[in-house]
Design a protein around this ligand. Structure first.
Ligand SMILES: [Zn+2]
Length: 235
C-alpha cells in the first residue's frame, strides 16, 4: 500500500491529501488520529486504506490549528467519527472558531506580504470545533505506551510535538518541512521565526530515533545531528 509508512509498531503515517501527512495511533480503545489534513476529500479514504472507519477514531490530537491540519475534522465528524479533539492552548481559540488564524511573523518582508494576502484556496477558516480542549506542555497521555506533549511554538503559537518514548519517535508536525530537503518551517508560514528555531532545538534535545513530519518524509537515524545541522545552516 503506497504512501503508508509504519513509523513504529501501531503508529502509521498516511497522506490525507498529497503532501499532507496524518498519523494513526492504534490503542485498545480505538484509533487516535494525529492531525486531520485539509477540509477536502482524502482523509476518510486514507483511513479506510488502514482499515480504520470514522467511528473507530476515538480522539484527535492536533499538532496545531492550521487549516491543513484541523480542516479535515469536519468531514470526519460528519461521518460519525472523531471523538475528542485537543490542540495546544494558544491555538485553541482558532480551532474553536473564536479567533482567526495567527498572522505570519511580521519581521520578514514575506511574512508581512502573507498577512496582506487572502489565504490560498482551501486554507480559509475551518469549521469551528466548539468542544476542542487544550493541550499544555508536559501533558502526559496514556496513549501508545505513553505520549508526552512538547510545546514547540513558532510555526504557530500553539504548535506542539508529540513524544512517544516507547517508540523512540517524535511527531513533529510542521516544525520542520522535509519536502525537497530538511528545512525549518518556511519563515513566511511561521508566527514567530526565532521561536520556531528554538523549537527545532527542543526536538533535537529529545533525540528520537525517528521524526515524523506533516510535509515530507520521516527523518530517521541521527535525528539530533540532522536537526543541529539544519539550525546551523539556517543561522
Ligand atoms: Zn502549519
Amino acid at each position: 500500500m503506497s504512501g503508508i509508512v509504519e513509523l513504529a509498531d501501531g503508529v502509521l503515517q498516511v497522506a490525507a491529501q498529497p503532501g499532507i501527512n496524518v498519523w494513526v495511533l492504534r490503542t485498545d480503545a480505538g484509533a487516535v488520529l494525529v492531525d486531520a489534513g485539509l477540509a477536502a476529500p482524502g482523509l476518510l479514504r486514507a483511513l479506510g486504506r488502514l482499515g480504520v472507519a470514522p467511528r473507530d477514531v476515538v480522539g484527535v490530537l492536533l499538532t496545531h490549528g492550521h487549516p491543513d491540519h484541523a480542516g479535515g475534522l469536519s468531514r470526519l465528524r460528519r461521518a460519525g467519527g472523531g471523538g475528542w479533539v485537543r490542540v495546544g492552548e494558544p491555538d485553541l481559540a482558532t480551532v474553536r472558531g473564536l479567533a482567526p488564524q495567527p498572522d505570519s511573523d511580521p519581521s520578514t518582508r514575506l511574512g508581512r506580504l502573507m498577512n496582506r494576502l487572502p489565504p490560498p484556496p482551501g486554507f480559509g477558516p475551518t469549521d469551528p470545533v466548539a468542544d476542542a480542549s487544550a493541550l499544555t506542555d508536559g501533558d502526559h497521555l496514556d496513549i501508545a505506551g505513553g505520549l508526552r506533549v512538547v510545546a514547540t511554538p513558532g510555526h504557530s503559537p500553539g504548535h506542539v510535538a508529540f513524544h512517544l518514548p516507547a517508540h523512540d519517535l517524535v511527531i513533529g508536525g510542521d516544525a520542520l518541512f522535509n519536502l525537497f530537503s530538511l528545512r525549518p518551517a518556511p519563515g513566511l508560514l511561521c508566527s514567530d521565526v526565532p521561536a520556531n528555531r528554538r523549537a527545532i532545538g527542543t526536538i533535537a534535545d529529545l533525540a528520537p530515533g525517528t521524526l515524523g513530519l506533516a510535509h515530507g518524509s520521516p527523518v530517521a537515524g541521527d535525528v539530533t545531528g540532522r536537526l543541529r545541522q539544519v539550525l546551523a545552516d539556517a543561522s
